[in-house]
Structures are given as C-alpha cells and as structure tokens.
Design a protein around this ligand. Structure first.
Ligand code: HEM
Length: 460
C-alpha cells in the first residue's frame, strides 16, 4: 500500500473500488428496483446492510467473505427520496445514463447494440435503481437469496441477477489474461492516478477537487465514486474464425489475435515480447505492466497502434507532442476495471489453441461475455472518453477507419472499409474487419457512495 492510500478513509470506502476481490471466485451483480411508496423502508434496509469496506478488503485472506457492495442509478437515488438539491447537482452524464440517443451514439451502442435491444437497462425495461455486488468463496446464490429476502420485505424487486464465472488463469472469454493493468491511487511511477480521478472531493489530475454533488450542504457524495456497468457479449467463435483466416497455422492466428489485443494470451505485453518472439508463459511476463510505447515502439512494429491496450491506455505516446505531455493527458482518462466474465467458455480451459480446434464443434451455450465494471470520478472525462476518443475513434493515431479491433463497431466510413492496421517498417498492412465481436446487452451508470453515506440513509 502506498502513502496516498493510507490517507484515504479506508473504513468508509466500499472495498471494491480499491480491491478486485480476486480471492472470492463467485460473484453476482444483482439489479434491483424499488417499489413506489417504499422509499423509507428501502433506505432503512440499505442502512442496515453489512457493506464491505476497503479496510476489510485489504485483509483479504483473513476475511472469508461474503463481500457486499452497493451502487445506485440517478433514478434510484430519486426513488429513495433524496433531497432534490442534491439530486439536481449530480453531473449530466450520470443523470441521463447511457441510453439517450446522443450517448448511445458516442458509446457505439448502435445497430444490434442499441439500447432498445438490451436485456436490461433500456428505457422500456424495468427500471434499475440499485446494483448489489456480491462476492463469496462459495454458495453465492444463497448469499444473494438471504440478502434479497430482507430486501423484498423492504420494497425491493430483483430486476436481474447477473451471473459471473471465473475462467482459468484470469482469462476473459477470447482467451487472454485480463485485469493486469490497473491504475493505483498514489505514487507508483507511471501508473498512479490522483485520488480525485476516482474519489469525489479529492484532488484530481488537474489539481482541482473532484466535484462533490450537494456539497457543502450535504456530505452524501463525499468520497463516493461513479461506476459504469456494461454487459458485453463476446462472439468468441467469430473472433477466432476471423483470426484463423489471417494465416495458415494456429501460431499465425494466435499472433494476429495478440496484435489486436496488444498482449499475448498469457498477458505478456507485445511491446516487450514482439510478434516474432512467441508467447512467454512466465509469471513475470504475464503480470508485466512496466512498459511504455514512445521509446520502445514509436513505429508500432511490436504492438500495432490500434491494439486494444495501446488505445485504451496510450501511456506516453500519441496523445500530445512529447512523452511527458502524453503521460499528463493520459493521467486524466484512467479507469479502475473490476469486471467479471459470464457464461460458459467455448472450451473449459479458455485456451486459444483449444478454441481453434473447436471452431466447427457445436456451441450449445453461446451467450458469454464480460460484465464490464469500472470506477472513475467523471464518467464523461474518463470511461466515455476512453470509449469514444480512443477505442471508437476511427482516426485514432492517424489510422484510416480503424476502431478498436476487439470491442469496436466496424463500419464503412466515407467510402473506406473498416480495417485493423499492422504497422511495418515502411508501410502498414490493412486487414479488413468484419462487423463486430462484442455487442452491448445492457448498461447502467451508477454512483457508489461510502459505507458511511449508505448508513446515513436511515436518518434522512
Ligand atoms: C468484452 C469486452 C472487452 C474485452 C474482452 C477486453 C479485454 C481486455 C484485455 C485482454 C486486456 C489486457 C489485460 C490487461 O491489461 O489488464 C484489456 C485491457 C484494458 N481494457 Fe479491455 N476489454 C474489453 C472491454 C473494454 C472496455 C469497454 C474498455 C473501456 C472503454 C476497456 C478498457 C481497457 C483498459 C483501460 C485496459 C488496460 C490497458 C492498459 O492499461 O494497458 N476494455 N482489456
């Protein structure tokens, strides 16, 4: 733990903001709505919830769980009957949520990803007021059932229970190790974010305190944070069939897929272990987050400019005229990711080489993906910026119609075919992309108050 973290109110912060709960293999994200007229009961129930703090989460092994945290949509805070002066002071992104036409467009939620097609969170569906994040070693559904029994008595209804799964070696469904690169609050060189990039009321990367809605009259939002939850369905077979078509061997397919991601399946960064070197499967390489791009790979010969990790965190490269300025720009657009995979893997070992063998086998349960969850202090400047300006930007780093090869929506633009570009010494190979491998099935913008603020709901 670093200096700045020690200054944070660890006994008040909900634990998931600072810790991934990786030792608790089972998790459910339970979407709840509050029945009309039950605001007071609902507040009393929430205040009685035993929420996990960052201090408890830091003791990990000594704390067997279950761990429980909670966050609210703006409609949820309204349904709880919070003061209108507080409600009206929340930022527009959070108030509107992700489903307005303009936001859906900027997030790339169009075509089959448009909100009207979603399983939950769409305007025509049951409203999502609160999301309960529950984690345990085992029997997670009984943990949820116990909480929900009391919740139901207090006027809550379950809208959806999002199940999650833990894949081997922390892979996501395409078969790549995930959750390696995370910013920490504090002083880790190159990877630190100012506390106010995550927590309201603290100094952000501009040296300003992050806006606390309702302050100074209300302390409800102090030390809180915003969360973005998105159900992202992954077309694993489509992804690997496409990669298979890019070369003659399994090795070619894995190398091409890794160029789209920017890391090898093991997690080793391409910028340190170039496409020709193969996938080093050592712990040190798999967890390596100690790299930048400007000096190591200015021409994109190791890690293509358009790769998912190079554009979702360009580090010291491509966003300003010097490496130093790039780091400053990037420090204003970081997110802490806490997503979990859902659905059965295409192959039990979640290994690319097994996927390549299974491309023609039956796939009886194709509904799988990532319940993407991230934390930030400013949804527009952080999550939305990353998604819009970097991932979905067809001209990112001078590319020609090249959105994020992994998560982007690939469409023909101004006569140009959508492409993934692989830089070579004097030119770039442009690989034409199929429509998309990831589609949105639901989403919510949430506010996660401190444990103390949730407890104060009983008093209001
Ligand atoms: C199904 C959808 C997605 C998949 C399969 C996926 C997969 C991955 C993988 C394999 C990594 C490398 C592991 C790591 O560095 O931790 C990664 C990193 C990352 N992803 Fe995604 N991702 C998805 C969606 C998103 C979205 C929607 C965003 C934000 C808009 C995002 C932002 C990031 C960031 C910021 C990193 C870390 C980059 C770095 O710091 O080097 N991802 N993702």
């Amino acid at each position: 733990m670093n200096n700045l973290t020690e200054e944070l109110p660890l006994h008040e912060l909900q634990g998931i903001v600072l810790h991934g709960y990786g030792h608790l293999y089972e998790a459910r994200f339970v979407l709840l709505s509050i029945r009309p007229g039950r605001a007071k009961d609902a507040r009393r129930f929430l205040a009685s919830l035993k929420l996990t703090t960052a201090a408890t989460a830091a003791r990990k092994a000594a704390e067997p769980g279950p761990f429980v945290n909670v966050a609210f949509t703006h409609r949820g805070l309204e349904a709880l009957g919070l003061d209108s002066a507080l409600l009206d002071n929340f930022p527009r992104d959070f108030v509107e949520g992700p489903t307005t036409e303009a936001r859906a467009r900027l997030l790339g939620d169009q075509g089959e990803s448009r909100p009207s097609e979603w399983l939950w969170g769409a305007p025509a569906k049951a409203p999502v007021h609160a999301v309960l994040l529950a984690y345990a070693h085992r029997d997670i559904d009984s943990v949820c059932d116990d909480v929900l029994r009391d919740a139901a008595d207090a006027g809550f209804e379950q809208v959806e229970r999002l199940e999650t799964i833990r894949l081997p070696r922390r892979q996501e469904h395409f078969g790549f190790r995930d959750g390696i690169a995370q910013p920490t609050i504090g002083a880790v060189p190159g990877n630190a974010v100012a506390a106010g990039e995550i927590l309201l009321g603290h100094k952000n990367a501009f040296g300003e305190p992050a806006h606390v809605p309702g302050a100074p009259k209300s302390a409800f939002a102090l030390n809180g944070t915003y969360a973005v939850l998105r159900q992202l369905e992954q077309d694993v077979r489509g992804f690997w069939s496409f990669c298979r078509a890019q070369g003659s061997s399994d090795g070619d397919a894995v190398r091409f897929a890794s160029q789209m991601v920017g890391r090898w399946p093991s997690g080793a960064p391409l910028v340190k272990h170039a496409p020709a070197d193969g996938d080093p499967r050592t712990d040190a390489a798999s967890n390596d987050n100690d790299f930048e791009y400007a000096m190591a790979d200015a021409k994109g010969l190791r890690c293509p400019f358009g790769a998912h990790i190079r554009r979702s965190n360009p580090r010291d490269w491509g966003t300003a005229s010097s490496a130093k300025e790039c780091r400053t720009v990037v420090s204003r657009h970081r997110i802490i990711r806490r997503g979990r995979a859902y659905g059965s893997p295409l192959c039990p070992d979640a290994e690319p080489l097994s996927y390549l063998k299974a491309l023609d086998a039956p796939d009886p349960r194709p509904n799988r993906g990532l319940h993407f969850l991230c934390f930030n202090a400013n949804i527009e400047q952080q999550f939305e910026f990353v998604q819009r300006q970097w991932c979905n930007n067809p001209k990112f780093a001078g590319l020609v119609n090249g959105v994020d090869p992994l998560i982007g929506d690939h469409r023909r633009l101004a006569g140009e075919e959508p492409a993934f570009s692989i830089q070579r010494e004097l030119t770039a190979e442009r690989v034409k992309m199929p429509a998309r491998f990831v589609r949105t099935r639901g989403a919510a913008y949430l506010f996660m108050p401190t444990v103390r603020a949730v407890a104060s709901l009983a008093e209001s």
